[in-house]
Structures are given as structure tokens and as C-alpha cells.
Design a protein around this ligand. Structure first.
Ligand SMILES: NC(=O)c1ccc[n+]([C@@H]2O[C@H](COP(=O)([O-])OP(=O)(O)OC[C@H]3O[C@@H](n4cnc5c(N)ncnc54)[C@H](OP(=O)(O)O)[C@@H]3O)[C@@H](O)[C@H]2O)c1
Length: 283
């Protein structure tokens, strides 16, 4: 029986919930954190799971969750910075509020949690930190520029910490998942799509149509819906086995990574553009 402890952010749904379940089933103690633990009905019924409140934008809630976890389990051997939000729109449509929200949750959030967990791991002389990036963190993604910028930041932060904290026996790794059906896309605020001048709003509409058409075409050509459990399994592998610092999950992410490694940049840009960027007929 493993009696190690993992703290995971964003366990209310999606990858976070699946990861909490998986580690619990493998005998880990799980500090399953979420913004609204009062709504949780499943994880809090499992043995060795502490469901507790943590909002990555609120430093005190991070401190409180860590104290509660340490009181119950006495150690934190692994941390998964999973909580995240997404967004879409042509860059000029993004306002400060939306840009700040993306960076606050997806970049400053993992930074805050990591800074509070690192002293515990240093004291234990061991630890593994997994950050969840995205395919948009390895390839600049049209219509998701700000999300992409945030996830590139997560990739860079991870690489730097992997080097900086190796002497403390703390491993830091990142996983870039491809596209998976979770709540991530259904919770995107569409408010900003009304921003911008007429040309930008028209361009934005066309880009959304083009992206939807490409997705539909891929489905018709037999592209399978990826199973989000793959991401939980990849997290488990990265925590428990020797892996590289940068990891991907999903056949789409693997294919794009391969294209990025093997194609000249202009060919890669053209291939991505053909899939997602509409033509602009200006007078
Ligand atoms: N699904 C994909 O295709 C995909 C692809 C690449 C990367 N990712 C990344 O994977 C991670 C998990 O996403 P998912 O797909 O599992 O989506 P999801 O089902 O929407 O889960 C996101 C989780 O993050 C939580 N969260 C949001 N803001 C938070 C905050 N301020 N503090 C704490 N928790 C917060 C949400 O909690 P609430 O219930 O309280 O909102 C939810 O539990 C994210 O980092 C996302 O960027 C997803």
C-alpha cells in the first residue's frame, strides 16, 4: 500500500477529478482541492481523500488547503497544477479583464501553489510537480492567443524549475494535452466576441466557422473523441516513473509535436493556417 500524498487543483470536474480518483484507487492519499467543495458528492465519499477548498487566485485559500492536507496526511510528495480556464477570440477582442483572468488562473495560479508547496518538498527532500499545459502551449494557436501565451509560460516555468530544483530532488514536469471533451470549452465566456470593430468581428465569426468546419471534417474522417482518462493516466505515469520534462497526451498533440520537430517552419505554419485561418477578402 502506497501512503504517499498528492495535492491536485481543480478536482471538481475533468482531468482533475479523474486524476484524484486514479491516485486514490492506487492507494495514494489525495488532497482533492476545488473552488466549491460543498458541491462535491463523489470524491468526499472515498477513503484517504480530503476534499478541501482551494482557489488558485486566492493565496490564503492555498495556505489553508495545504495546512489542512498536512494536518491530515503529514506530507505532500506530489502536486498537480491542473486548474485552468480557457478563452477564445481574435487578439484585438481580448480585453484586460479577460487577459488577466487567463493569466491569473493559468500562470500565476500554478506559481502561487508551487511556491507554497516547494518548502514542504525541500523539507521532505523529495517531490514531483506536474503542470498541465496544452497543445496551445507548444504551438501558437490562432483564436486562442492569450490562452496559448499563458500555456507557453507554463512550459517555460516548468523547464526552469526542473533545472532549478533538481538539486533538491524535486522533479518538475509538464504535460500538454491535445483536445479532450471536458467542461473546459463549455465554460468559455463568449462576451469578448462582441468586442472589436466590424472587420475584426466578421473575421472572428469566420475563424470560428472555419475551426468548427475543420473539427467536423476531422470527425467525418473518423477522428475519435479522445478519452480524458488518458490525461489522468499520463499524470500518474509522470508522477510515478522516470519521464522527460516535457510530455504530451493524445494522438493530436503527438502528431503536432512530430510536425513541429520534423517540418520546416513555413510548411508547419501553412498547414496550421489551412486548418484554422479563414481567407480575408478585403476590397
Ligand atoms: N480539455 C482539453 O481539451 C484540454 C486541453 C489542453 C489542456 N487542458 C488543461 O487541462 C486543465 C484541466 O482542464 P479540463 O479540461 O479538465 O477542464 P474542466 O473540466 O473545465 O476543469 C477545469 C478545472 O479547473 C477549475 N478551476 C478553474 N478556475 C479555478 C480557480 N481559480 N481555482 C481553482 N480551480 C479552478 C475548475 O473548477 P470550477 O468547477 O470551480 O470551475 C475545474 O475543476 C486546464 O489547465 C486546461 O487548460 C485541457
Amino acid at each position: 500500500m502506497n501512503n504517499k500524498t498528492i495535492l491536485i487543483t481543480g478536482c471538481s470536474t475533468g482531468f482533475g477529478k479523474l486524476t484524484a480518483r486514479l491516485f486514490q484507487s492506487k492507494g495514494w492519499n489525495v488532497i482533492a482541492t476545488m473552488r466549491s467543495p460543498e458541491k462535491e458528492t463523489e470524491l468526499n465519499k472515498l477513503p484517504n481523500v480530503l476534499v478541501t477548498r482551494l482557489d488558485v487566485t486566492e493565496p490564503q485559500s492555498i495556505t489553508d488547503a495545504i495546512i489542512a492536507g498536512m494536518e491530515q496526511f503529514g506530507a505532500i510528495e506530489a502536486l498537480v497544477n491542473n486548474a485552468g480556464i480557457s478563452g477564445m477570440g481574435v487578439f484585438e477582442q481580448w480585453d484586460d479583464q479577460e487577459i488577466n483572468a487567463i493569466f491569473n488562473t493559468n500562470v500565476y495560479g500554478p506559481m502561487r501553489v508551487t511556491q507554497q508547496v516547494l518548502p514542504i518538498m525541500r523539507n521532505q527532500k523529495e517531490g514531483v510537480i506536474i503542470n498541465i499545459s496544452s497543445l496551445a502551449g507548444i504551438l501558437g494557436s490562432p483564436y486562442s492567443s492569450v490562452y496559448s501565451a499563458a500555456k507557453f509560460a507554463v512550459e517555460g516555468l516548468t523547464e526552469a524549475l526542473a533545472l532549478e530544483y533538481a538539486p533538491f530532488n524535486i522533479k518538475t514536469k509538464v504535460i500538454a494535452p491535445g483536445a479532450y471533451e471536458t467542461n473546459l470549452f463549455t465554460t468559455i465566456p463568449h462576451r469578448i466576441l462582441a468586442n472589436g470593430d466590424q472587420q475584426i468581428r466578421d473575421y472572428s465569426d469566420k475563424m470560428l466557422q472555419k475551426m468548427n468546419a475543420t473539427m467536423e471534417q476531422m470527425r467525418q474522417q473518423g477522428a475519435q473523441e479522445s478519452d480524458p482518462q488518458e490525461v489522468a493516466d499520463k499524470i500518474y505515469q509522470c508522477v510515478t516513473e522516470e519521464t522527460s520534462v516535457h510530455n504530451v497526451s493524445g494522438s493530436d498533440a503527438e502528431a503536432i509535436l512530430q510536425m513541429k520537430k520534423s517540418m520546416p517552419e513555413d510548411q508547419l505554419m501553412k498547414a496550421i493556417s489551412d486548418m484554422f485561418v479563414p481567407e480575408l477578402h478585403t476590397a
